[in-house]
Design a protein around this ligand. Sequence first.
Ligand code: FES
Length: 113
Amino acid sequence: MPDTPQKSPVIGFVQRDGSVISGTANVSSVMELALELGVRGIEGQCGGFVACGTCHVHIPEEWIERIGRATPDEITMLEYEPSFTPFSRLSCQIALHPDLDGLVVTIPGAEYA
Ligand code: FES
């Protein structure tokens, strides 16, 4: 039986000015999707190796258990950031998966826009 193509998830990003960019792309991680969409506030400087923290996002509370909390490596990278919360993740560590369709993440700082 041929593989059924999986639908790419549409994910939204709330930028620091409060504007939202959403879309999908054929990439591997939420960080890569942000770069494809030109989301301001996501830089992905280290290319996804948990070494820069420039892909930090906040996950909505209702999604955090489904996506999973930050790993120890992510916490090491983020714990001294003033914007670090229990809902913080490095978006390079979130694999793009159809189950993420409808997720809207927030760039830290957008909460105060
Ligand atoms: S891209 Fe560097 S930590 Fe995610």
